[in-house]
Design a protein around this ligand. Structure first.
Ligand code: DX5
Ligand code: ZN
Length: 224
């Protein structure tokens, strides 16, 4: 399975977003994770469409947009216009998840569903066939730099098992929160193949070295 690294821009220097984005692309990242927060679904505010649209003009990276917002359906079209390639919304937000996935697909984008730590794996099963990606949050969404929650690994494994059972080998299982050198292997062993890392990458001097090391640790742990 391909192991994908998605650095989270939330940990970047916000006064130099163009340079940070270019550096992440040059570092060989598979995509860029963009965390949109509304101060309502989560108790924090990050950035929104204007920032994504500006970065779209100067980057050809795949934009992995994680929306931690209420009423996600209201903003799908604007996010598509801004340049999102994948939109991952929260299962706990308003609306029928199947309809939200359909709406994202109609815009020509990939669709992901995210689960807060307290949301059981089984709640996402009915939507796995339609979704391109399932995101298991390994911290409570809202802030970067939190401690990794290892107790989410059985959830990752349960989702991967269900995807295999459904013959959805192509389902991307993503983890987000506290993913770093010492935790990425656990995630890969459990069945994740896409790894969001904020502070673990932007906190380092050499982004390229860190992206390569994380990818290598994930491959090793998955036995590849
Ligand atoms: C948290 C965000 C994450 C965050 C991860 O709500 O969804 O993407 O940037 O940050 P780290 O990798 O520092 O835990
Ligand atoms: Zn995120």
């Amino acid at each position: 399975m391909e192991m994908l690294i998605s650095p989270s821009l939330l940990a970047a220097d916000f006064s130099r977003l163009d340079r940070e984005t270019a550096a992440i692309q040059a570092a060989g990242a598979d995509m860029l994770h963009l965390d949109v927060m509304d101060g309502h679904f989560v108790p924090n505010i990050s950035f929104g469409m204007p920032v994504i649209a500006s970065l779209r003009k100067c980057s050809s990276l795949f934009f992995d947009v994680h929306i931690m917002i209420s009423q996600p359906q209201r903003y799908l079209e604007d996010l598509a216009k801004a340049g999102a390639d994948l939109i991952t919304f929260h299962l706990e937000a308003e609306g029928n998840p199947g309809e939200t996935i359909d709406a994202i697909h109609r815009l020509g984008l990939k669709a992901g569903i995210s689960l807060r730590p307290g949301t059981p794996a089984e709640t996402v099963f009915p939507w796995l066939e339609q979704a391109d990606l399932a995101l298991v949050m390994t911290v409570e969404p809202g802030f970067g730099g939190q401690k990794f929650r290892g107790e989410m690994m059985p959830k990752v494994a349960a989702i991967r098992r269900e995807a295999d059972r459904m013959d959805r080998k192509d389902l991307v299982v993503q983890v987000d929160g506290g993913v770093a050198r010492d935790t990425i292997g656990l995630c890969a062993q459990a069945g994740a193949n896409c790894f969001v890392a904020g502070s673990a990458i932007f906190g380092k001097e050499d982004y390229a070295a860190e992206v390569s090391l994380l990818r290598q640790l994930a491959r090793q742990a998955a036995g590849e």
